[in-house]
Design a protein around this ligand. Structure first.
Ligand SMILES: [Zn+2]
Length: 90
C-alpha cells in the first residue's frame, strides 16, 4: 500500500467516525474566520431544510468542518476529496 492509499484509508476511517460516512461528498463552507470567501470545507449536509446553495454551517451539519484559511485551498481540497468520493480512490 503506497503512502497515498494508506492516508486515504486512514482518512476514511476518520470520516466514518466523525461524519458517519467513510466517503462523504464535500463542499466549501463559510467558517468562523469572518472573511467573505468560503475558506472552510465540510461534508455536504444531508438535512433537507439546509439548501445546497447555503454555504453556512449550522447545527444540522456533519463534522468535520475544517478551516483552510484560503478560498483557493478550500476549493482545491474539495475537488480532491470529491475525486475520491466519485470512486477515483482505491
Ligand atoms: Zn446543515
Amino acid at each position: 500500500m503506497n503512502a497515498l492509499n494508506r492516508a486515504r484509508h486512514q482518512a476514511r476511517e476518520f470520516f466514518g467516525d466523525v461524519a458517519g460516512n467513510p466517503a462523504p461528498e464535500w463542499r466549501t463552507c463559510f467558517s468562523t474566520d469572518g472573511t467573505e470567501e468560503p475558506t472552510g470545507i465540510a461534508p455536504v449536509c444531508p438535512d433537507e431544510d439546509h439548501e445546497e446553495a447555503d454555504g453556512s454551517v449550522y447545527v444540522c451539519c456533519p463534522n468535520p468542518v475544517v478551516e483552510c484559511d484560503s478560498g483557493p485551498l478550500a476549493a482545491y481540497l474539495v475537488e480532491l476529496l470529491n475525486a475520491d468520493h466519485s470512486g477515483g480512490g482505491a
